[in-house]
Ligand binder design. Structure first.
Ligand code: F0G
Length: 488
């Protein structure tokens, strides 16, 4: 598949495409690369859970793109002219306008972040015994549907979980399975179908416009509501433009409009759009808006701030407009593609084709000697921190749950996610990530498993503490010291 990596209009004289940044850096933050001894100590203090590291020990923070994207000068400027008011703030009116302009949605409920939107949507619509079919779950989505007595049903296509694939749209919903699900459960037990743009947990993989259109047709035929999680919709729209026949010359803003026009309710975490808090639910259906709106003052704040500060609301509004700018939205996917292609070429197992959000390393392929019960993705995240000072995120069985017998439900995929926040890293930093990961791959036999020593009941991956099985972290650090000498 040949995709231009940065701007569709830039071509290069020689060799490989360069993912060229169409912005310049004007404010910088100092980073520290701690010596391997400190990295080893730090991951131990963090219970081998990268969520529990502190940034003073981290060189490159690739945990998430959530709340960590670089702000533009326009965003920062807008925060200075925000309108402080508990109710009726002009900042909220600007945010409403941005959502109307970008997505064509008229009714907006502000929330403090994405999972707050999930709380309100699932409390309003999910009842005991319901099922919610979706292309794939996100951790907080599943937790909120569970809490309300519902169950998620993932009806992805056969391509979705393949590590190596040429399939341009691994985030597609399987339409035959959707028909079968509706026939099996009946419309009364399906409050809505959920589609997630740039499906996070399977590697930031997009769905196609054609698939979304079909999902819309089928749900409308049965009178089932369609909910779209647009937290990463800009990247999904970018991939539609790059990969779907007929869309190459369509501007991103039109693709976004078309995607949004196909759902009844959309919601998002604006932590991915600006580097602040925030999110929203939006719809053109006043009946649905009215069903949800009373929960906003109960959980979030008044209907015109929803738990956000007015400054955050302003930055979100500008960030939404910037999502329609191809030079902005292409930056992270083009860096991800660069890293994925380099690692793939070096034989390191990574998810292909490259998606949005980050580079996803296949921990099962990387560590075939570590059984899933010993959490290979968590072990790889810890090992990579020791080897590089780079913080990634476990997206595997630690991020899953236990069944009623207390046994781990093994995740479909064991991934180390290296998120690529927008406009934050330079290409040389990306090259460093690739270099250290290749070293780790050559030394993979040194890496062992993990086990829990303190395991929270809900969303255990956030705060759970683990320990290594054996003394492999120490041996890995010793090998690092031997190969590289002292680091900085
Ligand atoms: N939906 C998707 C697709 C997400 O990726 C996230 C968050 C949420 C909902 C929840 O939003 O964090 O603002 O409450 N994803 C972050 C991540 C946490 O690191 O992938 P939130």
């Amino acid at each position: 598949m040949s995709e231009p990596s940065s701007s569709p209009r830039i071509s290069f004289y020689k060799g490989r495409e360069i993912p060229l940044e169409l912005h310049k850096v004007r404010i910088v933050q100092k980073l520290h690369l701690r010596p391997v001894e400190r990295r080893l100590e730090a991951i131990g203090e963090a219970g081998f859970n990268t969520f529990l590291l502190t940034t003073r020990d981290i060189f490159l923070d690739m945990l998430t793109d959530s709340g960590t994207n670089a702000m533009s000068d326009q965003q920062l400027g807008s925060m200075m002219v925000a309108d402080d008011a508990y109710a009726g703030s002009a900042s909220f009116t600007r945010m409403q306008q941005a959502i109307a302009d970008v997505f064509g949605m008229q009714h907006v409920l502000p929330v403090h972040q994405g999972r707050a939107a999930e709380n309100i949507i699932s409390q309003t619509f999910v009842e005991e015994g319901d099922v919610v079919p979706m292309n794939y779950h996100f951790t907080t989505t599943k937790a909120h549907i569970d809490v309300n007595g519902g169950k998620i049903l993932e009806i992805f296509t056969d391509e979705a979980l393949k590590i190596k694939s040429d399939c341009p749209f691994k985030g597609n919903l399987d339409l035959d399975k959707l028909h079968a699900t509706i026939a099996e459960y009946g419309v009364d037990r399906i409050p809505y179908v959920r589609m997630e743009a740039s499906t996070n947990l399977i590697g930031g993989q997009p769905f196609s416009m054609e698939n979304m259109r079909e999902v819309r047709r089928i749900t409308a035929e049965h009178g089932i509501m369609l909910v779209l999680d647009v937290s990463l919709v800009g990247e999904n729209a970018w991939f539609v433009k790059q990969r779907e026949p007929g869309y190459a010359d369509i501007p991103i803003r039109e693709i976004l409009r078309e995607l949004a026009s196909l759902c009844d309710v959309m919601y998002f975490s604006s932590r991915k759009v600006s580097s602040t808090r925030g999110g929203a639910i939006a719809t053109n259906r006043i009946d649905l808006f009215n069903k949800m709106k009373d929960l906003v003052p109960l959980y979030e704040g008044f209907l015109t701030y929803g738990g956000m500060s007015v400054r955050e609301i302003e930055a979100m509004a500008v960030g939404l407009y910037e999502t329609t700018d191809e030079t902005v939205i292409s930056q992270s996917p083009s860096f991800i593609r660069h890293l994925v292609e380099e690692l793939d070429g070096a034989g390191v197992p990574v998810i292909t084709p490259p998606g949005g959000l980050g580079c996803h390393v296949d921990a099962k392929g990387f560590l075939p000697h570590v059984p899933q019960s010993e959490y290979p993705a968590g072990a790889l995240a810890a090992a990579f921190f020791i080897a590089s000072g780079v913080r990634g995120m476990e997206r595997g069985t630690i991020s899953s749950v236990r069944d009623e017998n207390g046994d781990d439900i093994l995740a479909d995929m064991e991934l180390l996610r290296l998120a690529m926040p927008r406009r934050v890293f330079t290409l040389s930093q990306v090259s460093y990530v690739s270099d250290r990961l290749q070293w780790l791959y050559d030394n993979r036999s040194l890496i062992g498993g993990l086990r829990f020593v303190d395991e929270p009941k809900v969303l255990r991956f956030f705060l759970g503490r683990l320990e290594p099985i054996g003394d492999w972290p120490k041996r890995l650090a010793e090998k690092f010291r031997k190969d590289f000498g002292e680091s900085l």
